[in-house]
Design a binder for this molecule. Structure first.
Ligand code: HEM
Length: 620
């Protein structure tokens, strides 16, 4: 990028848009004057004509679009979802309040109550369909997958942090259950739990979220790169009020450890790109002089580059020695460098996968402990299942697969606290010609749900180029109707009409008893923690294995889990009270959502280590 982001937007987009049309009108008038051999027109005529260009253009295109869309909708028997009657500024503010100081999904939840489960938002002239309707989400993700694409906006927001990684690797690579994965989990789970036990033994609560994010980082890097980054070597943080934190904040090994810097950069980078979401191309004005995600990318690269160079070096040695690994024995990095030695491409892919693999699974395990710290009854059920199946020994893949209550528990965590929160709220542009509305007809259970109105848009390539868009705009290509569609799995997972009257209760049995057959089996698209259709999560099995393994080890080693609210930095405001349809007012911590969901400022807990029977057994 040659120009600062704000300047780039001004030069490439705002100024041409602002000046192009008036200049065109000026040219046409000049030509008319010349052709008509007219005398000089008074200056007010010029000023009025030029000043009127944008308002007149806006009115004509608005009227044209209204008529055009209504006609097409009528031809297909489609109806528009209701439009939220708020100004763009209010909508943006509602989103940002909900993300920064409100409860996750607040804004959309409130609009859903007023307008139904599918509605339109108009934000600075751009329409967004917002839905929590499984039928529509199914169409977007699966049945009409080819009609939608992840729009250029997502790319525009994400590239400076994540590059162009597309996760287009072979699915088999991910879902193959490898015995070596379990060895990896074992090593890093042992290290994590020992560190936790040591700190808890000294009477100080632990930030469980930080520890588990290090466990998933070390496991993921070993799995992906063939070498763990050993982020647990940084140790564990102390609560903010603890003397060790305040006294040593600048020199503390923990904060200065390369892995801590890497994790912080990755996480802050994600926050930056998430904030861009609601601003469209105009995020550049909020980062006018400096692309903030690019700064974080630099720190991230500093950490990953040596690992990457190592792998490329090893690959060279392998070629020289003639020793080539079988595909199943390769790490992801080795697999990638088979296809390209381009460091940027490999780096982009690695970062994307690391993000997909690490934060999501860390989120699942963190929220599992958050729930267990409040629900000793569920802890007891899990403990019984673990004792019956594995006792105190090390679980195998078959154990994790067959423990039904544990799987139901993890699913229930993913239902109420879906880890890949923002992954689903992405720009999807309608690219296909109109399809018969019947394919998006409302489910019989929800006759009032308005069918999603669909319309023609420009081809995929065209929208990528701002200059093309501008050219089309100038030429009066009124038929560009790009609707972005966002959907909220978080809110869909909490709908009482889809999950039953107890939808807000945490109850793993809903995945085991008659409620499974009543709600989920006939309508599987109501549960989408891993997405669905062609872009379903490739690491689903890996994630279940890793989370199950960790939870089994944790429950074997610790009891009496409780939230350390006395040191929990961010807590929900006292005025939040439980309300129907939302867990706002019930949660004891603040949710934080960017690409993934986490607990704001960490999850501080106390747990009691169980005397080391497991260790004794291992030494026998
Ligand atoms: C609880 C843990 C996880 C959750 C909730 C989760 C969820 C998701 C979701 C919702 C997507 C769709 C993203 C999109 O379409 O933009 C996705 C994609 C993906 N995930 Fe996961 N994921 C988890 C763990 C993992 C792990 C551990 C790995 C790798 C080992 C992984 C690898 C991938 C990949 C490669 C994709 C891209 C698939 C594609 O676009 O073709 N995920 N995941």
């Amino acid at each position: 990028m040659l120009l600062a982001p704000g300047l780039e937007l001004l030069v490439e987009d705002v100024l041409p848009r602002a000046l192009g049309l008036p200049l065109l009108v000026y040219g046409i008038l000049k030509l008319a004057q010349y052709l008509l051999a007219a005398h000089d027109w008074p200056s007010w005529v010029w000023v009025a004509a030029i000043a009127a260009t944008h308002p007149v253009y806006w009115i004509i295109s608005w009227v044209y679009n209204q008529i055009h869309r209504r006609r097409e909708a009528a031809a297909r028997g489609a109806v528009f979802p209701p439009r939220v009657q708020e100004s763009s500024f209010k909508i943006v503010k509602a989103f940002s309040d909900s993300a920064l100081k409100g409860y996750t999904g607040d804004a959309v939840h409130d609009w859903s109550k007023q307008y139904g489960n599918t509605f339109l938002l108009r934000i600075f002239g751009v329409y967004r369909v917002m839905t929590t309707e499984p039928e529509h989400i199914k169409a977007i993700l699966a049945t009409q997958f080819d009609d939608f694409w992840k729009g250029p906006m997502k790319e525009d927001h994400f590239t400076s942090l994540l590059g162009s990684g597309v996760f287009n690797s072979d699915g088999d690579m991910w879902n193959k259950v490898r015995i070596s994965d379990f060895d990896v989990f074992e090593r890093h789970a042992e290290d994590t739990l020992s560190l936790l036990a040591e700190r808890l033994g000294s009477g100080v609560p632990v930030d469980f979220q930080d520890a588990v994010a290090r466990f998933t980082l070390d496991s993921a890097t070993e799995f992906l790169f063939g070498k763990a980054v050993n982020s647990l070597d940084a140790g564990l943080p102390y609560p903010a009020s603890h003397s060790k934190t305040t006294a040593t904040i600048t020199t503390n090994d923990f904060f200065n450890h390369a892995s801590t810097k890497f994790v912080t950069a990755l996480s802050e980078g994600q926050e930056v790109i998430s904030r861009r979401g609601v601003l469209g191309r105009y995020w550049r004005f909020s980062e006018f002089w400096q692309d903030k995600a690019a700064e974080h990318r630099k720190s991230v690269e500093e950490f990953v580059l040596p690992i990457l160079e190592d792998a490329l070096e090893n690959k060279k040695d392998e070629v020289v020695s003639g020793e080539v690994k079988e595909i199943g024995d390769e790490t992801f990095l080795e697999h990638l460098v088979r296809f390209t030695k381009d460091k940027k491409v490999v780096m982009d892919e690695l970062l994307n996968i690391l993000l997909a693999a690490r934060d999501t699974t860390a989120s699942l395990i963190t929220f599992s402990v958050y729930v267990l710290a409040q629900r000793p009854d569920i802890y007891t059920r899990l403990k019984e299942e673990i004792t019956e199946r594995v006792g105190n020994s090390r679980p195998t893949y078959e154990d994790t697969r067959d423990m039904k209550y544990l799987r139901a528990f993890l699913n229930e965590v993913l239902r109420l606290y879906p880890a890949a929160f923002r992954f689903q709220v992405i720009e999807l542009f309608l690219t296909a010609p109109l399809v018969q509305n019947s394919e998006l007809s409302p489910t019989t259970e929800h006759p009032k749900c308005p069918p999603l109105f669909r319309t023609k848009v420009v081809g995929k390539g065209t929208y990528h180029q701002p200059i093309n868009l501008y050219t089309l705009y100038l030429l009066g290509a009124f038929s560009i109707h790009t609707y972005s569609c966002a959907y909220s799995v978080f809110l869909m997972h909490r709908r009482e009409d889809l999950w039953g009257p107890d939808a807000l209760e945490f109850d793993p049995d809903r995945f085991l008893d008659e409620r499974l057959h009543k709600y989920l089996t006939p309508n599987p698209f109501i549960f989408l923690p891993f997405n669905a259709g062609p872009r379903i999560c490739l690491g689903q099995q890996f994630a279940y294995n890793e989370a199950s393994y960790f939870m089994i080890k944790l429950i074997q080693k610790f009891t009496d889990l409780s939230l350390a609210l006395d040191v929990q930095p961010s807590q929900p405001p006292k005025e939040w009270i439980p309300q129907p349809g939302t867990t706002k007012g019930r949660d004891k911590i603040m949710l934080k959502t960017h690409l993934t969901m986490s607990v704001r400022d960490g999850l501080w807990v106390r747990m009691k280590p169980i005397s080391s029977q497991v260790d004794q057994e291992k030494t026998m």
